[in-house]
Ligand binder design. Structure first.
Ligand code: C2O
Ligand code: CU
Length: 516
């Protein structure tokens, strides 16, 4: 920790091998540099040892699921004490909910968390459900000792929704970052039997990976890097925005530090979820093989896209196929590497995340088809109905993250839209840090990025967009089925907690609008 105006000295091993070593401020990961070591000799930094086999969270498939939220000890590190966390059902991440599209799914969450956790609210990220079932930050809460049942129809306008890779997580006002850090996260898969004919890897060859990062103390217990939830806790002081970046020192996969997975030669479908509080990961395979992206997490893409690396910010997902054919006996790393797209936006972590050990006999895996799932046509208005501007605002009280210059206020409604209408919205970033902006509730599509056609991997349904400094993205959706209040926010959870959230209201036909 270097005090303002002071100079810090970092002791680096004198035996570092020649090469480039990215470094960054762990409070402000957008402050980055590169240490270049020249000359001969030295050792390359050691990758982690990959000592534990990857766990798969329990999969729940019933029509009415019950999940008890409770404190539990979880094995994050391969050695030493287990880590005490707040969990869904005793594990981190919680059980994976897996349901066929179009089948109504009820999930009862029971709050048995310890004192100090307070009331909880659960959001199915990317879902389409009534306002009361959407995980409102200040209403329909689950108090300690009580329970609440959420209903997820998994339909939109009477039709089954596309198959998707989503997650569920806490959404409590001012405490979302803390509650997620302590463990209230789980994966949610919606399947579609019609996907079968595409021949994508399935069963044991379809592996959901929940990626996140956490800092642990010497006893393997979670640190508590958060200021309190009240405005006076965070508007000023060391954690005041933009200094509220919670970055964990260790990257975890399905809740484990540096796991390995034994795979067979052939293709695997990896569902990659960045569930971190703040960090972006730029994912690639150490052997240079491509990631064949088939989906966004909200749905399959219309066409597959071959990518050398995939940048995912908080809450973003990528559904990819990787090929381990011909690699028997080899080990392949999944790593995050520094962002290399030439953008001056916030960068990504640099670390080896997990290891694949390719062993055994090849399994048959057909090629990935070029055409996957078309996005249905939509008549998108030319006119932008609402601009949401993401920025940093300072006033005499302190500094906060803002949308259209304002801090989130649970008493305010920021935009109203008629049920059944289709609107084009513009998301724009006027701050000098990248944000990852999430829109609740509808099946959103990307119309343009900075006035141009979006890249091929943004041509499907989407719910969370990267907005680099100065960028703007146009999106559109039809507001079907549910009147009521829904969220717009940055999914960097510190930003969400520190003001960068707003709400829109869907107004039923014939009901009155009272905003203007
Ligand atoms: Cu993933 Cu409003 O949340
Ligand atoms: Cu943000």
């Amino acid at each position: 920790v270097v005090a303002a105006g002071a100079t810090g000295t970092l002791v680096v091993p004198a035996t570092l091998a020649a090469g480039k070593y990215p470094f960054y401020c762990s409070f402000h990961p957008n402050m980055q540099g590169t240490l270049v070591v020249t000359g001969k000799g030295g050792d390359a930094p050691e990758p982690p040892k990959f000592e534990q086999a990857l766990r798969t969270p329990e999969v729940l498939t019933g029509g009415h699921i019950s999940i008890r939220m409770k404190q539990a000890k979880v094995r994050i590190m391969p050695n030493g004490p287990r880590t005490s966390m707040w969990t869904y059902g005793g594990t981190f991440p919680g059980p994976t909910i897996k349901r066929p599209t179009g089948s109504t799914t009820k999930v009862t969450f029971v709050n048995d968390l310890p004192q100090g956790s307070g009331s909880i609210t659960v959001h199915q990220h990317g879902g389409h459900q009534s306002s009361a079932d959407d995980g409102q930050p200040t209403r329909f809460l689950i108090e300690r000792g009580s329970r609440r049942t959420y209903t997820y129809p998994l339909t939109d306008a009477g039709e089954p929704m596309p198959a998707a890779f989503r997650f569920y997580h806490d959404h409590r006002m001012g405490l979302t970052a803390r509650n997620n850090w302590y463990g209230l996260q789980g994966m949610f898969l919606v399947t579609d039997p019609a996907e079968r004919e595409l021949g994508l890897p399935r069963g044991a060859y379809d592996v959901p990976l929940h990626l996140t990062d956490r800092s642990l103390d010497d006893e393997n217990q979670l640190t508590d890097p958060f200021p309190g939830p009240h405005m006076h806790d965070w508007l000023t002081g060391a954690h005041a925005p933009p200094n509220d970046a919670t970055v964990g020192k260790r990257i975890l996969v399905n809740g484990q530090f540096a796991p390995y997975l034994t795979v067979r030669p052939g293709k695997y479908r990896l569902r990659l979820l960045n569930a971190s509080t703040f960090s972006a990961y730029n994912l690639e395979l150490s052997n240079g093989r491509p990631l064949i992206q088939v989906g966004t997490g909200s749905a399959l893409l219309p066409r597959k896209v071959e990518r050398s690396d995939i940048l995912l910010g908080p809450a973003q997902r990528a559904d990819v196929v990787v090929d381990f054919s011909g690699l028997r006996g080899k080990n392949v790393l999944l790593s995050t590497v520094p962002r290399n797209d030439g953008s001056h936006g916030t960068g990504s972590r640099s670390a080896a995340i997990m290891q694949f050990r390719v062993r055994g006999n090849a399994h048959p895996s057909p090629p990935v088809p070029d055409l996957l799932r078309p996005v249905p046509a939509l008549d998108v208005p030319d006119e932008v109905a609402k601009v949401w501007t993401f920025g940093l605002t300072k006033d005499h009280h302190g500094s906060f993250w803002s949308i259209n210059g304002e801090m989130f206020d649970p008493k305010r409604v920021d935009h109203q839209v008629g049920q059944g209408d289709t609107e084009r919205w513009r998301l724009r970033n006027t701050s000098d840090m990248t944000h990852y902006v999430h829109l609740h509730e509808e099946q959103w599509r990307t119309i343009s990025r900075d006035g141009k056609r979006p890249p091929p991997w943004e041509r499907g349904f989407e719910d969370t967009w990267r907005l680099d400094p100065g960028e703007y993205v146009d999106v559109a959706a039809t507001f079907t089925d549910y009147p009521g209040l829904f969220m717009v926010h940055c999914h960097m959870l510190d930003h969400e907690d520190h003001g960068m959230m707003a709400r829109f209201e869907v107004i039923a036909p014939g009901a009155e609008r009272d905003l203007d």
